[in-house]
Structures are given as C-alpha cells and as structure tokens.
Write a protein of this length. Structure first.
Length: 94
C-alpha cells in the first residue's frame, strides 16, 4: 500500500506540473504579495498529488497499472478543481 501511495504522490504531482505549464505557459515561481502568498507551481503539484493519493487510497487498486491510471485521472481532477476555484474568484469580483 505504501508503494501505491508513493506512486500516486509522484504521478499526481507530475500531472500537476504538466497542467500548470499547460495553463500558464511556463513554470511560475512562488511569490509573496502584501495580502497573499501565491504558491505558483507548488499549488498545482500539491493539489494533483493530494487528489491522486485520496483516489488511490479510497479505491484500493490491485495492480500498478491501475494505480498509474487512477493517479493520472486524479491529477487532472486536481487541475479541474483549481480551475473551478479560479472561476469562482472571478465570479465574485463581478
């Protein structure tokens, strides 16, 4: 089970990086403003990795291929969650 969680963590984080580069066009470094700390690429890595770990732990796959596929799907799901949160932020400003 520890090996499955490790694979999910790494693959979900990698998918988070890919999603970040696809969205921003480059890797954005973390920065601090007066009101907020923007995590940059780490935000996407953390969300992708956590989503992948939660999906793998909850489904308990029996093969490594299933772990990889679930981690990839969950990594893109974490990217979709961040896109939804950005949409809600824009919607509140209007």
């Amino acid at each position: 089970m520890f090996l499955n969680i490790t694979f999910a963590l790494l693959i979900g984080g990698l998918i988070g990086v890919v999603g970040h580069i696809r969205k921003e066009g480059k890797m954005v470094k973390p920065r601090r403003t007066k009101k907020f700390i923007y995590l940059g690429v780490f935000e996407e890595v953390i969300m992708g990795a956590l989503a992948a770990v939660f999906l793998v732990v909850s489904s308990d796959p029996d093969s490594t291929l299933k772990v990889v596929l679930l981690a990839v799907i969950a990594g893109f799901g974490g990217d979709a969650l961040l896109a939804c949160l950005d949409f809600l932020k824009i919607r509140q400003k209007e």
